[in-house]
Design a binder for this molecule. Structure first.
Ligand code: ADP
Length: 830
């Protein structure tokens, strides 16, 4: 750049002249001059030169004074100082005051030229930068405007394409077009069904909301855009304007096609009527971008509407089907199910006949359940095998089948048509499937209004599913109902009294015998058992029934005087309990008779046995016996002694069982135990077994026979010593548990094998090992009889090789009325 204005301030007219008239113009600059500092300053302020060439030595104000003044006024005009040789010092001062450069007089043209170029470079650059910045500012403004436009276009497009109603799309698009292009009116033309007429949707700056009018595809300017797909942009400011077949002519129009997937679907246009404003290329760009969105949005909305309608139709169908299904499955009566199904089938289809066939599992064939439209008497005679006819085929394969040309269908079973006189033309048959099992088939015959198709199959299959459920339910219900009747009859007339209670302890069932024996009526059903059976010995069984998985419990109970029953109670899972009574009065009587007989025989055997023992021992005193004779005598004595023991034990048992001679007095069990331990001390010492007694809770007295109780404890302790090894200990413990006295006899011996436990209380049962050999197998039987005779119970817990604990439980105080419990089914007691 050149042509800058340079001010020369120098008092030397010669230098001024040289510079301003010759040198500076030659270098392409304009020049002005001042001859002293004050004048120079004045010119700087007025003319605003691009550069000042300032002499250091000036009259009135020195060059430095001028520089000072410039600094004070913040004038940044670049200055070149001109000095004489030897004034470098002042030059340094001048640099501090902001000069750009200096020239030492006299100077050459090149020196002047270089120095001026250097000094101007900065201001030139600043000037260029300023210009650039201005340009940039303008470009940025333009860009911002474009971004704004794009943003609003994008937002408009986004909101348009998310709209699902065509009306809304049109409304937004028309408004958007006016906003973007500043048009006075905007219109969208969409073809009517026939494509001959274009429907116009318009919005205008004046009050003309959503005017709908029509134009003909062939005749109008819009129609041309629609047919050719070309954009039309025109302006006509003459008085006539452009005729656009509307209420008023336009001064400018911009029409473009709406295109989706390469096909023109309508026309989008804007127009100005009052303002003489043409549409620019930019407007065209914006409208075409918007029209892309609009086309997509209209297309989306149309698709949505179509889907929505299809969905609504499908929903309606599903609703009908649901209604049918509900009706069918609402009944538990097979005939009712059949009737409802047929009714629904005939109201859903225009058909001539229908039928339902069911699988007969036992005979492996199909029989008719119901039919409509064909002769029921004739049809029901048919039994179809699997695979026979179309129905048989459907049942065999489990897949639906339909045919609209039945006479030519290979599976068609002609005989039915021949016999019934019905002409089957078309058929739709679906299997009835429940839990993957085909239970029958539903058949629709002769569709009157067209052919059966895949949609019919789908609908019939859905109904088929419901029918299968309903039929199965009805069949199960019938089966359950008849089973229940059978069960109720069996129970009601069962010879034994039966009682069923629920989990809440209410009586649910009392059969005839139970009502008789317990003197109750039907009204007791549903009432709490403890109210109805108050005071009955059955009550304690019902109050403490066995838990699920713990087997059953049995007890002997005496309901009326001298009438004995074996009561068995068992849990009914998730329901309650069942209690069955068996009359054992006769057995009881037999048992007593037997006990009496055994007692008599045992008693009568004792005298001869005693004399055998007596005479055998007398033999030794009759003179010396040979070794052989001595051995025989000893064998006779041993055998007779064993027999005596057995007879004594049998007699004891018979006595206890017969309950004759039974004493009832208050007994202190602790005393009894102490006596037993003293008696057996010697035996224990011989075996090197320690005997220990511990007493808890101050045991209450027991009402009973002291001799029998002593016998029972003695048998338990005797066994414990017998089955312990040397150095071991037998612990006896007596304590209270609720209203019972518990006597525990505990040893560390070899224990009892699990398989023996259920039997050890039985008569004559003995273990397999040597130690058991010498016994009678009656000891524990006697303990149990004594416990029962006292209304108590005895049980054992034993671990092999760890020892056994026998527990004798006796009711404390006066409890003579309580009934003995007898063994659980597994022979033990938990
Ligand atoms: P026995 O006269 O044989 O002892 P019991 O009726 O007293 O007859 O006992 C029956 C069986 O029970 C015995 O043969 C023995 O096998 C077993 N038995 C009894 N008590 C114990 C015990 N404390 N330890 C181990 N086994 C025992």
């Amino acid at each position: 750049m050149s042509g800058e204005l340079i001010l020369v301030i120098d008092d030397s007219r010669e230098i001024v002249k040289h510079l301003t008239e010759y040198l500076l113009p030659t270098l392409g600059h304009k020049a002005i001059a001042a001859y002293d500092g004050r004048e120079g300053l004045e010119l700087i302020r007025q003319e605003k030169p691009d550069l000042v060439m300032l002499d250091l030595n000036l009259p009135e104000m020195t060059g430095l004074d001028v520089l000072q003044a410039l600094t004070q006024d913040s004038i940044e005009t670049p200055v070149i100082l001109m000095t004489g040789y030897g004034s470098e010092k002042s030059a340094i001062e001048a640099f501090r005051l902001g000069i750009k450069d200096y020239l030492v007089k006299p100077f050459t043209i090149d020196e002047v030229s270089d120095t001026i170029e250097r000094a101007l470079l900065e201001s030139r650059l600043r000037h260029d930068k300023q210009q650039l910045l201005e340009k940039l500012g303008r470009a940025e403004g333009e860009m911002r405007r474009q971004i704004r436009e794009m943003r609003s276009l994008f937002a408009l497009g986004k909101s348009l394409t998310s709209l699902l109603s065509i009306e809304k799309v049109l409304d937004h698009a028309l408004q958007g077009a006016m906003d973007l292009t500043g048009a006075e009116r905007s219109t969208i033309w969409l073809p009517d069904n026939g494509e001959r007429i274009l429907q116009a949707y318009t919005k205008a700056a004046w009050d003309e909301e959503n005017v709908v009018s029509e134009v003909h595809v062939e005749e109008s300017r819009v129609g041309e855009v629609y047919r050719n797909g070309q954009i039309v942009r025109r302006a006509e400011f003459s008085s006539r304007g452009i005729d656009i077949q509307a209420d008023r002519p336009a001064r400018a129009i911009l029409y473009m096609p709406l295109t989706v997937r390469g096909e023109v679907m309508g026309v989008f246009g804007v127009s100005n009527h009052d303002a003489p404003r043409a549409f620019s290329e930019r407007d065209e760009l914006l409208l075409s971008a918007l029209s892309d969105y609009v086309a997509i949005a209209i297309d989306n909305a149309r698709t949505y509407q179509a889907t929505d309608q299809a969905l609504a139709a499908r929903m309606e169908e599903v609703k009908t089907l649901l209604g049918i299904t509900r009706t069918i499955t609402s009944s538990l009566d097979l005939d009712e199910v059949a009737r409802l199904t047929i009714k629904e089938v005939h109201s859903s289809w225009n058909i001539e006949a229908s039928s339902i066939w069911l699988v007969d599992e036992n005979q492996k064939l199909l029989r008719l359940l119901v039919n409509v439209g064909t002769d029921p008497d004739l049809l029901s005679r048919f039994r179809l095998e699997f695979g026979q006819g179309i129905v048989g085929r459907v049942v065999e394969t489990g897949r639906p089948l339909y045919s609209n040309d039945v006479p030519n269908n290979p599976y068609h079973y002609r005989e039915i048509d021949e016999q019934t006189g019905f002409k089957t033309r078309s058929i739709l048959c679906v299997p009835l499937i429940f839990r993957e099992k085909v239970i029958g088939a539903l058949q629709l015959l002769n569709k009157q209004d067209g052919f059966f198709d895949a949609e019919d199959v789908e609908r019939a299959s859905s109904i088929g599913t419901a029918v299968a459920i309903a039929v199965t339910n009805a069949q199960l219900f019938e089966e359950a109902a008849s089973r229940q009747q059978l069960l109720a009859a069996t129970l009601e007339y069962n010879g034994n009294p039966v009682i069923i209670t629920d989990n809440d302890g209410r009586l649910l069932l009392l059969n005839q015998r139970a009502r008789e024996e317990l003197s109750l009526t039907e009204e007791a059903v549903g009432r709490p058992a403890n109210e109805m059976l108050e005071g009955s010995p059955l009550m304690s069984m019902l109050q403490h029934p066995p838990r699920e998985g713990r087997g059953l419990q049995r007890r002997e109970v005496e309901l009326h005087d001298g009438q004995f029953w074996l009561a068995t109670i068992a849990p009914i899972p998730d329901y309650g309990h069942i209690l069955v009574l068996q009359d054992i009065t006769y057995l009881k009587e037999l048992d007593t008779a037997k006990s009496n007989f055994v007692a008599t025989v045992s008693h009568d055997l004792r005298a001869p046995l005693n004399s055998i023992i007596g005479f055998a021992s007398a033999l030794e005193q009759m003179g010396p016996l040979t070794e052989k004779q001595e051995e025989f005598v000893s064998r006779i004595t041993d055998s007779a002694q064993r027999m005596t023991n057995l007879v004594t034990a049998l007699l004891d048992l018979a006595r206890v069982d017969s309950r004759l001679e039974q004493v009832r007095q208050s007994c202190d069990l602790e005393d009894i135990i102490r006596n037993v331990l003293t008696d057996l001390q010697g035996q224990a010492m011989t075996k090197d077994v320690a005997l220990n007694l511990s007493v808890e809770d101050e045991p209450q007295p027991v009402l009973g026979d002291p001799t029998q109780l002593r016998q029972a404890v003695s048998n338990l302790v005797d066994n414990a010593i017998k089955y312990s090894a040397a150095g071991q200990e037998v612990k006896v413990n007596v304590s209270m548990q609720e209203d019972n006295v518990l006597v525990r006899v505990c040893d560390d011996g070899k224990g009892i094998p699990a398989q023996d436990i259920p039997h050890i209380f039985e008569k004559f049962y003995r273990g397999q090992d040597k130690a058991s050999k010498g016994g009678t197998g009656l000891g524990l039987t006697l303990v149990r009889s004594i416990a029962e005779a006292h209304g108590g119970w005895v049980w054992v817990e034993s671990d092999q090789n760890k020892g056994s604990t026998f527990t004798l439980q006796l009711p404390a105080g006066d409890n003579s009325n309580s009934v003995p419990e007898i063994e659980g089914a597994d022979g033990s007691r938990a």
